[in-house]
Design a protein around this ligand. Structure first.
Ligand code: 5AD
Ligand code: SF4
Length: 496
């Protein structure tokens, strides 16, 4: 895969070291009476990284500090992904690496969390002799008990899925070192049943989190210096909170909050708090959301709208609930409200029965939309899914790879096209910190989610600057700072 394209698969390959930060090493503290150390490794989607922060919080209340040093850890938890076979393979390889550590230190507790834990359940205990603990995505409150059970010589499992758990009251321990961007989970689970996807089986039914707790978390983040929140859910557009909670709606009109309303509530926290969200399902992307996005300067003009395929027939087999035309109509609506909005997508190549013509339809859709970025994958059959039960995984591996390479090449051209268009323009950038290449160059994102590199000077993380773009690659923009913007505080209604 091309290295400069924003491909989620390649991001997943490396455990995000940056996110393992904020490590508290060693000894007992008042909050950490027994001084135990927890090492968490996260794979997969942003939701998993966000969940790991909830796990760190639950464990910290029970005497565990997080460490980024595996050698000192008393408990190792791996938050796993089950979305494609290679994601699971990666975890299995990692588990084998842990085998040695476990033989050196028999007291080391190794646990598997997340989607793979939920999918494989107790099978993991039998298959991988070194796993002591298994907890599914809705069982994290039980982790301290599970760790204790392991301590008393048992193997511990909780893979119960819940219709209510949103961890709404838990204040996540931020594991990234940057202190500028944070994930805020607004809903969990998925009710969509796309035929290729294992998530409805691993993350359970869709449920939304109380909007007041979401806004409070965002205010708290702002007060701690964060300047960007990404609202997370498997399908954020179907966010819906009923005041009476647990589904008993007395009066729909006054008692519910939908995603557009939630976006507005969060946008009002401060003009200096940038708001992003992920992921949208095209079938639920309403004009109301687009109107709110266009209305608030601090809601970033960037939408991730996974298409999966450009062929209406393939979309039907995928059970996506929309056609090619419907999807293109949503793209037109986005451009109507926000002509400059950046759009990214997810695409699967080689889904069951995908013909050459159907693949060409994906290519023609990509040419029509011209995505800013794309996350592109080969279809990977997942046990229990509708597709596994109904269709044959009949596109040969070499054809899947060839089609994937074709769309990657096309995407690289499009990413470069968009970046070239930005040369000469002035971008509002939120300063994040040193760039990957050099301490002398810092980086931050513009509202369209492009990474912008600029000379370090005396800028601080969390500051807004204006950068005139002078050069680009398909992965980044580069420029010179032309203005440093005044800072804004919390909106008055949130100041206590
Ligand atoms: N095979 C390949 N890609 C998949 N995705 C989800 N399930 C599969 C699968 N079985 C991709 C989709 C989704 C993204 C998160 O992962 O494109 O949007
Ligand atoms: Fe992986 Fe999907 Fe689970 Fe996220 S929700 S961890 S991408 S399987």
């Amino acid at each position: 895969m091309g290295s400069s394209i924003n491909i989620r698969e390649s991001r997943v390959k490396v455990i995000d070291e940056a996110r393992q930060g904020e490590a508290t090493m060693g000894n007992a503290t008042p909050e950490n009476p027994n001084g135990k150390l927890l090492y968490i490794e996260s794979y997969g989607c942003q939701m998993n990284f966000s969940d790991s922060e909830v796990v760190a919080s639950i464990m910290s209340k029970n005497g565990f500090s997080t460490t980024k040093d595996l050698d000192n850890a008393d408990v190792v938890l791996i938050n796993t992904c089950a979305v494609r076979d290679n994601a699971e393979l990666r975890v299995r390889n990692r588990l084998t690496e842990f085998k040695k550590r476990k033989s050196d230190n028999p007291n080391l507790v190794v646990g598997i969390l997340g989607c793979m834990a939920e999918r494989l359940k107790t099978n993991l205990l039998e298959e991988e002799q070194l796993v002591d603990l298994i907890a599914g995505p809705d069982a994290y409150r039980d982790l301290p008990n599970l760790v204790e059970e392991v301590g008393s010589g048992q193997r511990a499992v909780n893979v119960l899925l819940s219709r209510e758990e949103t961890y709404a009251d838990i204040s996540p321990v931020r594991l990234d070192t940057g202190g500028v961007n944070a994930f805020v989970t607004i809903m969990r689970g998925c009710d969509n049943m796309c035929s290729f996807c294992v998530v409805p089986f691993t993350r359970g039914r869709e449920r939304s989190r109380d909007p007041q707790t979401i806004v409070s978390e965002c205010v708290d983040l702002f007060n701690k210096g964060y300047r960007e929140v990404t609202l997370l859910g498997q399908n954020v557009n179907s966010y819906r909170w009923n005041m009476t909670s647990k589904g008993e709606v007395k009066d729909e009109t006054i008692q519910t909050t939908n995603f557009a309303q939630l976006l507005e509530m969060v946008a009002k926290v401060s003009p200096d708090l940038r708001v992003r969200y992920s992921t949208s399902h095209p079938k639920d992307m309403t004009d109301e959301v687009l109107e709110i996005m266009a209305k608030y300067e601090n809601i970033c003009e960037y939408i991730h709208l996974p298409v999966q395929s450009g062929s209406t027939q393939v979309l039907a087999r995928m059970n996506r609930g929309y056609t090619r035309e419907w999807y293109l109509n949503r793209i037109a609506a986005i451009k109507k409200y926000m002509p400059d909005c950046a759009i990214s997508t997810d695409i699967i190549t080689g889904f069951c029965g995908e013909t050459e013509e159907e693949h060409q339809e994906t290519i023609s859709l990509m040419k029509e939309v011209r995505y800013e970025y794309a996350y592109m994958f080969k279809y990977s059959e997942r046990p229990k899914t509708l597709a596994e039960r109904k269709f044959e995984d009949d596109v040969p591996e070499d054809v899947k790879s060839r089609r994937l390479n074709e769309i990657i090449d096309l995407q690289q051209e499009d990413s470069l096209y968009w970046h070239k268009l930005q040369i000469g323009s002035v971008k509002k950038v939120l300063v994040e910190g040193p760039s990957k290449r050099s301490e002398e160059e810092w980086c931050g994102r513009d509202g369209r989610n492009s990474m912008v590199i600029f000379p370090k000077e005396n800028f601080e993380r969390g500051q807004y600057i204006k950068v005139k773009i002078t050069e680009c690659t398909s992965a980044t923009l580069k420029g010179e700072v032309v203005e440093v913007l005044e800072r804004n505080g919390l909106s008055p209604e949130f100041v206590v």
